[in-house]
Design a binder for this molecule. Structure first.
Ligand SMILES: [Fe+2]
Length: 324
């Protein structure tokens, strides 16, 4: 039986927007559902949680709504002793709390015109709200939610989905969408990017949740990377030709452009390598939103991912780089 725990203040109007209806219909209530009905049988030796992050707006958009603007809401299914329980909670980000207090949207969002925004600057540092709605990873015994344009990173209890706050080690430039956790060592690898030199940093957080390593990765100019990959000994970052043109950044406009004249480059560095230890590998022009696997075969690092000729419809290919 589901028990209503809380209902947040919402002002969202009815609309036929495709990303606000059907499976995307926002939910303003937080529930606990214990001892759920089980169809069939859950093996008694399965114990753990499955958590997913979603975009769940509660206020009308200032301009156009884009699903990336929705507030982060976590859904958790727990399996234990052959039983299943569920709960959902909003992530209490600074943006969510500010808009709850204001009773309206305060950020213009992803498709808004930055020139019309009271908040200047890109992504989670400016005109887009850090809604911490992009990914959720398990690290150091708790959850960590992230935002795709280098948000602050929020710790959330893996027990009850309470928001514990902004993670203390997160650098000023934030962390990108998809940190990678090494399940054998418990270490977590991440990167961030920015509009100021050196334009990217890479870091390692230990299983004890302490920042162990943080190093600059020099890029020629600002870029829009999204994902990274790890193998047992290496981390792989990238310099893809998708970026905000500098002349637009200077005007406070952040419209990505895919440069058809530049190659793609992959950065391979040892897990605790410094920026000057990066080996760059130039490749046929591509963009990869998400990598699906990374592993080592002798001296080779093999990357699986969706390699796109142009960010748009994608296909899966394999890329191989040599480390020595
Ligand atoms: Fe992603």
């Amino acid at each position: 039986m589901a028990k209503l725990v809380n209902r947040v203040s919402a002002t969202l109007s009815e609309t036929d927007h495709p990303y606000l209806n059907g499976a995307w219909t926002p939910n303003f209530a937080e529930y606990d559902a214990d001892d759920m009905e089980v169809i069939g049988e859950i093996p008694a030796d399965i114990a753990g949680i499955y958590v997913r992050n979603t975009e769940n707006p509660v206020h009308d958009a200032i301009g156009k709504y884009h699903p990336f603007d929705g507030d982060g809401m976590l859904h958790m299914l727990r399996l234990k002793d052959g039983k299943a329980s569920y709960k959902n909670r909003f992530i209490r980000t600074r943006g969510f709390e500010a808009e709850q207090e204001a009773g309206e949207a305060l950020w213009i969002g992803f498709t808004g015109n930055p020139k019309k925004s009271r908040r200047k600057g890109w992504g989670a540092h400016g005109y887009i709200k850090d809604s911490s709605s992009t990914d959720i990873v398990v690290h150091a015994g708790q959850l960590l939610s992230t935002f795709w344009q280098c948000g602050e990173g929020y710790r959330v209890s893996a027990e009850n989905l309470d928001t514990l706050g902004i993670e203390g080690w997160v650098p000023l430039d934030g962390i990108s969408a998809h940190p990678k956790v090494d399940l054998k060592t418990g270490e977590m690898m991440f990167f961030n990017y920015s509009t100021h030199a050196p334009y990217m940093h890479y870091g390692v957080v230990g299983a004890d949740n302490r920042l162990k390593h943080y190093t600059p990765i020099e890029l020629p100019a600002p870029r829009l990377p999204h994902d990274m990959a790890i193998s047992p000994n290496y981390s792989v970052l990238n310099d893809f030709p998708l970026y905000w043109p500098k002349e637009l950044i200077d005007q406070g406009v952040y419209v990505p452009q895919y440069d058809q004249t530049r190659p793609s480059r992959f950065a391979v560095l040892p897990r605790y390598g410094n920026g000057d230890e990066v080996k760059w590998f130039e490749a046929e022009r591509t963009y990869v939103l998400h990598f699906t696997n990374c592993y080592e075969e002798g001296d080779d690092v093999v990357l699986d991912g969706y390699f796109q000729k142009n960010p748009g419809p994608s296909r899966c290919r394999r890329c191989r780089t040599r480390t020595s």
